[in-house]
Ligand binder design. Structure first.
Ligand code: FAD
Length: 405
């Protein structure tokens, strides 16, 4: 097993971390196949990492203090209150997170991928053929290459997962996330150290400050609610899809404008509506679980393995933890079989628990929202506690600790 060849399909957050894990785990030849031919660092959206999970990942050597971040300490939940400029804070909670710009988080991980790893941009994997000695990858340009093992880090539409568990795809959750980043961070309460959840019937909008990558800040927001029945969105959204920045048509833009104008406090309405169209886009929200994280010599990490709705703020943490667990399994295992089974046992249950928690949060925060206007701090705390008290308590908001199994 040591010195063997490993292909990583997908070169995003999970893919770069998996390449690092494979290298530390003793692989001799590592090739990353990334479909995108442009630099991924241009994705400018926010990613928040819970502080304790960050510390663990730093100690494991996957993230580092020099990566630009903005501190968050508290999250304030706000509901519209007539024309009160900032609305009414119905509840607040500790929110020890580090806010990142997706692009700089990816750049730092990409920088950590060892130089002897071959990172091929613009390389699309179209199929996989497993055999007793490994897996043959088929590429869109017609080439085929054989590897001892393949790591699927190719996101929620994974071709690796399809080869492992045909038909085990992502399920549309029934609502979407509108995302945007704006240069206008003026007047943010608490000097931008708070995260904000602006709530309304049928959804909420999370907003927080992230680094802009050149010493300043951006306001990052994501608004979750049911999609409008208008042109420009696939009518059922069951096929995984998204509308990239700048592609929202006038009907979609008008829908967002009307929703925000009706439900947001004036300050937050200005912030969202002032966001340039070229940085506003839509991501449908999905759930995904797989029976196992491994099958033969194929392994899944990150969103390819499981997708938890983003309300738990832990997708990147989960992807990075998958990589650290894979590294540990490769180091400890004496055969591919032993190493990959060890990884599956470690991460499979964690993935399922996070998906379950995220479903509960999606239900409470979007699908079955409470009467926010009637809530104060005590009601808020009881409502929050209810979402966090599922049958499997190993999962946690912001990700579970790597110290507990
Ligand atoms: C609205 C929203 C908000 C979120 N907010 C947060 C947050 O605050 N905190 C957090 O931790 N997480 C958050 N997440 C989740 C987080 O973005 C992901 O879980 C995390 O980045 C892991 O992604 P990944 O690398 O597994 O997959 P992806 O980023 O999807 O990467 C997959 C890569 O594989 C490549 N690829 C796909 N198919 C092929 C192929 N056939 N051949 C070659 N390459 C291929 C793609 O081009 C892509 O680069 C959020 C997600 C959403 C949707």
């Amino acid at each position: 097993m040591r010195g063997g060849s490993i292909a990583v399909v997908g070169g995003s957050i999970a893919g770069c971390a998996a390449a690092l894990a494979a290298s530390r785990g003793g692989a001799g030849k590592i090739t990353v196949f990334e479909r995108a031919d442009a630099q991924l660092r241009d994705r400018g959206v926010g990613i928040a990492l819970q502080s304790d999970r960050y510390d663990e990942l730093r100690d494991a050597g996957y993230v580092a203090p020099e990566m630009p971040w903005a501190p968050l300490t508290r999250r304030v939940w706000t509901v519209r209150d007539g024309e009160a400029r900032h609305g009414r804070a119905l509840g607040e909670q500790p929110f020890p997170f580090r806010a990142y710009n997706w692009g700089s988080l990816w750049s730092e991980l990409r920088r950590r991928v060892p130089e002897d790893v071959s990172y091929r941009s613009g390389a699309v994997v179209t199929g996989l053929e497993p055999d007793d000695e490994g897996v043959t990858l088929r590429l869109a340009d017609g080439h085929e290459e054989h590897f001892d093992a393949v790591i699927g880090a190719d996101g929620y539409r994974s071709v690796v997962r399809e080869a492992m568990f045909p038909g085990a795809g992502a399920t549309y959750a029934g609502y979407i996330g509108w995302r945007g980043t704006s240069r206008d961070t003026s007047g943010l309460p608490s000097d931008g150290h708070d995260a904000h959840n602006i709530v309304f019937p049928g959804g909420h909008c999370m907003a927080y400050r992230i680094p802009d990558g050149s010493g300043g800040h951006l306001l990052n927001w994501v608004l979750y609610t049911e999609p409008p029945q208008v042109d420009g969105l696939h009518p059922d959204l069951k096929t995984p899809t998204s509308l990239p920045p700048g592609r929202l048509n006038s009907q979609l833009t008008a829908h967002l404008r009307d929703l925000v104008a009706e439900h947001f406090p004036p300050y937050w309405a200005e912030k969202v509506l002032g966001t340039p169209a070229e940085t506003t886009f839509i991501q449908p929200i999905y759930d995904l679980e797989v029976p196992h994280y491994t099958s033969g010599r194929m392994v899944l990490v990150g969103d390819a393995a499981s997708v938890a709705r983003p309300h738990i703020g832990a997708g990147s943490v989960k992807a990075l933890q998958d990589a650290t667990a894979l590294e540990a399994a490769l180091v400890a295992g004496s055969s591919w079989k032993e190493a990959l089974e060890r990884y599956d046992v470690n991460r499979g249950a964690v993935g399922s628990a996070m998906v379950a928690l995220a479903r509960r949060m999606g239900s409470a925060q979007v699908e079955n929202t409470p009467d926010w206007s009637a809530m104060g701090q005590p009601e808020f705390e009881a409502w929050w506690q209810d979402q966090n008290s599922g049958s499997d308590r190993r999962s946690g908001f912001g990700g579970h600790s790597m110290k507990t199994k």
